[in-house]
Design a protein around this ligand. Structure first.
Ligand code: ADP
Ligand code: ZN
Length: 748
């Protein structure tokens, strides 16, 4: 579209509005063009991934245009969320649906007619109900925005029959531009949107579906719960969703997390709407850190600070997987997606997707599952594989997936492969993967002995390798086409033509070294300690501590105002505040996400918290604080922090002091930090000796101090701690005695 003088002016106005209301300096790719299109009066279709920034595309035109933008949105919770977010930005908005009472609805209607309202959200039922379209003729409607427009398509997974009637809008309002937005990009959906809404020569914007801020990880599916606990332990303040298959496993996983003191809830279709609603609400408010859910959870929540999503089981296709991981990191800040994968998952999922469905559907489902499996077993950049699936080419490796970060090394695996092939051949190609591995490893279990496999020449030929290594190599051989699985014969492995060639020494085999073995085993004591300490380093960096403080302030404000914390400020905004530490109006307004209204409402409180926190404290050189990774809480790796294996002593001490300042008692600190009580006490003593303030009265009353001082005086200068301890008849422990001693010295 040629840029006319008028649209140039309005684009400038749009940019100013973006800064003023949202606190953002620049449009994201395409947002500017989309806004220009709609301001030019054109019908517009926007296909953009979740978190891409669709809302701004119609909200900004609504703000800079005369009249009211009517937004059609399918879910009540979503409407409420968006209207709250708009209000927090100082934009006049309201919603009408079945949950709104008559008198409030009348007020809203008046505001719409008077033009005071900028955006009016309505459910499709409301829009199409008797008299509403009639009412709208009295309103100066600037734009119709159809959100979640894929609901119009019967091809899609969220089909809503009411949406199909939205075509009547075009008849009633022939010259009002319509913008349709969705995160579903397939061809059929796009066609349905355009034809059913009767859009007039629409401009279509298809943005990249890449979500570069999401770190993609696949983990072997062993000791899943241990891995989950380990991850949450390293990210104690990050909200996340765990998807799993059954209601039952939702409940048991949530229970296991709760037992470890993690605020976790579960969500599945077997609960009453009320129960589900309150779990969802608690998650939005950051009162629950983790939700364990079946796939039903997530549609209709806008929570932008979901920092991680895990798939406890293999999803049945890439569409579903991508949609679910898309719920992480909508604010654009770093986020993580973790998929647990084992071949057994493929087998059980295969049964699920082929059971009780027509043969053609079963075929399609199997093909989709195979693509999912390929993704999980990939040896090249995972993001490229995902985007290829959606017909998009990244053109380079992403650098933010486990394969890119830790490329597998290959080795000549011909001999290994021959051992496996030979064992299979000698077992008449009747054994499935697990039994084959048992034979190779020389196990003496029932299956092996019953089959007489301990008599084979290849029995025990691979006993030098652990189970998981063999497991990986046999799967690689499957992927490489040396074996195939005869599903109808109890999943027996069969040797292919290619496999025969390898067996005869006519074809070499290259295998990827199995690397994650040690991480899949139960964390060792040392590993656990390293993990706890790495987390301590993370929690101890000045920036992370300020972030935590701001996060708590955000939570308090959100609770007071009855809005979700991310409506106050996003994680991305808080992270920038923690980094930049703005203490003036100008500096605060330059933080991305701080608009005028938010500055007026919250600016003071956040500036005050930053000032109170003080400048980043100079830490003595011995503490090696300079070596700390700059933003450790946001690295997402299961292994100990790579940047630094041994944690700085001073930093872990500071993390303890910070918790003490926040009012936690010794036991709570020890628990939260995974440290022994004595270690925590040692931290407090050292800090106190260095001159830091403690809440001493939590450990010693004035009369305690007096009694200890008196005993010390009585025993004389030569007495040691042990003497003091005995003299006071073990009334005080060594920690208390040492604190009293430090205090006596400090007093001088
Ligand atoms: P979608 O509706 O496409 O899922 P949203 O409209 O909710 O995405 O936007 C996702 C996040 O990105 C929100 O936190 C939003 O405020 C933020 N955002 C949108 N546009 C910009 C921008 N131009 N600059 C910075 N952040 C933006
Ligand atoms: Zn990659």
């Amino acid at each position: 579209m040629p840029t006319t003088a008028a649209t140039a002016v309005s684009l400038t106005a749009a940019r100013q509005a973006l800064k003023r209301y949202y606190g953002y300096d620049n449009f994201r790719p395409m947002q500017g063009d989309i806004i220009q299109s709609i301001l030019g009066g054109q019908d517009t279709v926007v296909l953009m991934p979740t978190g891409g920034g669709k809302s701004v595309c119609f909200q900004i035109p609504a703000v800079v245009s005369e009249g009211v933008c009517v937004v059609v949105s399918p879910l009540i919770a979503l409407m409420k969320d968006q209207v709250e977010a708009l209000k927090a930005n100082g934009i006049v908005a309201a919603y009408l649906n079945s949950s709104v009472g008559q008198s409030e609805a009348n007020d809203i209607a008046r505001a719409a007619v008077s033009g005071h309202l900028k955006l009016l959200y309505v459910s499709p039922e409301k829009l199409l109900s008797d008299g509403f379209l009639q009412f709208l003729t009295r309103v100066n409607v600037s734009i119709f925005a159809i959100d979640e427009a894929h609901c119009i398509s019967s091809w899609g997974h969220d089909f809503r029959p009411e949406y199909t009637q939205l075509g009547t809008l075009r008849q009633h309002f022939p010259s009002t531009p319509i913008i349709a937005l969705t995160a579903t990009a397939d061809r059929l959906t796009k066609r349905d949107i355009i034809t059913q809404l009767k859009l007039h020569e629409p401009k279509v914007f298809l943005s990249s579906f890449d979500r570069p801020n999401i770190n993609l990880l696949v983990r072997p599916g062993q000791d899943r719960i241990g891995q989950v606990l380990d991850y949450i332990g390293r990210h104690p303040n990050d909200a996340g969703i765990i998807y799993c298959l059954s209601r039952k496993s939702c409940e048991t996983i949530a229970q296991k997390l709760q037992q470890k003191g993690i605020k976790a809830g579960y969500y599945h279709a077997g609960m009453t709407p009320n129960q589900r609603g309150s779990v969802q609400e608690a998650f939005l408010q950051d009162d629950l850190q983790v939700i364990v859910a079946t796939i039903a959870f997530g549609m209709g929540i806008d929570k932008s600070n979901v920092r991680w999503v895990m798939h406890y089981n293999l999803p049945k296709n890439i569409e579903g997987y991508y949609q679910e991981i898309g719920r992480a990191g909508r604010d654009g800040a770093p986020a993580t997606a973790i998929l647990f994968y084992s071949f057994a998952d493929v087998l059980s999922m295969r049964e699920m997707v082929t059971k009780d469905v027509p043969a053609r559907q079963a075929q399609l489902n199997t093909a989709k599952l195979e693509r999912m499996q390929q993704f999980a077993e990939a040896a090249s950049c995972r993001r490229r594989i995902l985007l290829h699936y959606f017909s998009e080419d990244l053109g380079r490796d992403c650098g933010n997936c486990d394969i890119c970060r830790n490329p597998p090394t290959t080795f000549d695996g011909t001999l290994l492969a021959q051992k496996a092939l030979s064992a299979s051949a000698r077992a008449q190609q009747r054994v499935a993967i697990n039994l084959l591995i048992d034979i190779l490893r020389g196990m003496r279990n029932q299956a092996v002995l019953q089959g007489g496999y301990d008599q084979l020449k290849t029995y025990g030929a691979g006993q030098d390798l652990p189970y998981l290594d063999w497991y990986s190599y046999v799967h690689q051989m499957l992927n490489d086409g040396l074996f195939y699985i005869a599903y109808e014969e109890g999943y027996a492995l069969k040797i292919t033509e290619r496999g025969q060639q390898v067996l005869k020494g006519q074809l070499p085999v290259s295998l990827k070294k199995f690397q994650v073995a040690e991480k899949t085993e139960k964390p060792t004591r040392a590993g656990k300690k390293a993990a706890a300490e790495a987390a301590a380093v993370a929690a101890g960096s000045p920036e992370a501590r300020l972030f935590e403080r701001l996060r708590q302030l955000r939570k308090r404000i959100a609770d007071e105002q009855g809005v979700p914390p991310y409506v106050v400020f996003s994680d991305a905004t808080l992270q920038e505040m923690a980094r930049e530490q703005p203490t003036s109006r100008v500096a605060m307004l330059s933080i991305s996400g701080v608009g005028m209204k938010k500055f007026e409402t919250y600016g003071e409180a956040f500036i005050e918290a930053i000032i109170q926190h003080g400048p980043p404290r100079a830490v003595p050189a011995e503490d090696e604080a300079d070596d700390l990774p700059s933003r450790p809480p946001f690295t997402d790796d299961f292994g100990p922090a790579k940047e630094k294996s041994a944690p700085a002593k001073g930093a872990t001490e500071e993390a303890t002091i910070e918790l003490h300042r926040q009012g936690l008692n010794l036991t709570q600190i020890a628990q939260q930090r995974g440290l022994a009580l004595s270690t925590v006490q040692g931290h407090l003593e050292r800090a106190y000796a260095k001159g830091q303030a403690l809440r001493l009265h939590e450990f010693l009353s004035d009369s305690d101090l007096a009694a200890i001082a008196a005993a010390r005086a009585q025993l004389g200068p030569g007495a040691g701690l042990r003497d003091l301890f005995d003299h006071l008849r073990e009334k005080y422990d060594y920690f208390q005695l040492r604190l009293a001693g430090i205090r006596a010295q400090r007093g001088k």
